[in-house]
Design a protein around this ligand. Structure first.
Ligand code: AMP
Ligand code: MN
Ligand code: MN
Ligand code: MN
Length: 270
């Protein structure tokens, strides 16, 4: 069975609209889909009127920090009308907007003019993220490609890496849990943590009410999947899987086969 519990649309930093993403998912015979835009649940309002054979479950990817490290927490299967989710999303959207304005100011210094206004003019509803600035830097010839934009200006420690005032780790987890949803640590191997630090993160996560670990994020080496499934067993976490699809490229594909997972783990959505 093909499912996808982590992907993005134009409501955050993705390329396809929610409708286009759904059409792609239908074409690829995906059975269960959660759209997990960064700090944003607008896609679900857009899909409300559309009928589909795919089982759609609610999703979001919250930005937060744990011990000064930027962490992403995916929320799944929550009540979208719950106050805790609505409040969390509003708070995060405001934090993201403030951050985007500051990034824009910083990038003036390297010759990118009025970036924030340009991005808002393009799409007033979008949750602006660093990838949007990356594309603007490329468009205006300041950078050659996405990778370079992050390496020179937007990545950790660079001029456009503004520390944002996100909800705390515990607040993010609670906002999901209080809405009846499941909180999941997204792409646990992307934080460049030592194994012992990652284990500390998982202990704190469990204690705060977290229930899942993303054991597959896009195309990945099976050694990594095996390791993350072992962590699921050790910390009694359920396994979640998703493509983290943002746009059509040669190596990004919507949908992961649930059969890849060993039956030693409990799947968050089986
Ligand atoms: P933001 O949500 O604004 O903090 O931007 C984070 C997003 O930027 C991630 O979800 C990725 O889509 C993308 N991203 C982050 N770091 C990199 C990087 N080093 N290279 C390419 N894309 C990145
Ligand atoms: Mn992204
Ligand atoms: Mn992420
Ligand atoms: Mn993501």
């Amino acid at each position: 069975m093909l499912i996808d519990l982590h992907c993005h649309t134009t409501c955050s930093d993705g390329e396809l609209t929610p409708q286009q993403l759904l059409q792609l998912a239908e074409k690829q015979n995906i059975e269960v889909l959660a759209i997990t835009d960064h700090d944003n649940i607008q896609a679900y309002a857009e899909l409300k009127q559309i009928s589909t054979t795919i089982k759609i479950i609610t999703g979001v990817e919250f930005s937060t920090r744990w011990n000064k490290i930027g962490i992403h927490v995916v929320g799944l299967n929550f009540d979208i009308t719950a106050k805790s989710i609505q409040q969390a999303v509003n708070y995060q959207q405001n934090a993201r907007q403030q951050r985007a304005k500051l990034i824009s100011q910083k990038l003036e210094k390297i010759g990118l003019k009025n970036a924030y206004a340009q991005l808002i003019n393009k799409n007033p509803n979008r949750q602006i993220g660093r990838p949007d600035f990356a594309y603007l830097l490329i468009e205006q010839g300041i950078c050659q490609d996405f990778k370079q934009a992050f390496k020179k200006y937007l990545g950790a420690g660079k001029i456009g890496d503004i520390k944002s005032n996100w909800l705390s780790f515990t607040e993010v987890i609670q906002s999901i849990t209080q809405a009846g949803g499941d909180a999941i640590i997204a792409h646990p191997l992307y934080y460049n943590m030592t194994n012992s630090k990652l284990k500390r993160l998982l202990r704190d996560f469990k204690q705060a009410g977290g229930v899942g670990l993303e054991v597959i994020n896009g195309y990945q080496n099976s050694d990594k999947t095996t390791y993350l499934c072992q962590l699921c067993q050790k910390y009694k976490l359920k396994a979640s899987i998703g493509s983290d699809f943002h746009r059509m490229t040669n190596y990004s594909r919507l949908g992961i086969d649930t059969q890849i997972l060993p039956n030693t783990v409990k799947q968050i959505f089986a």
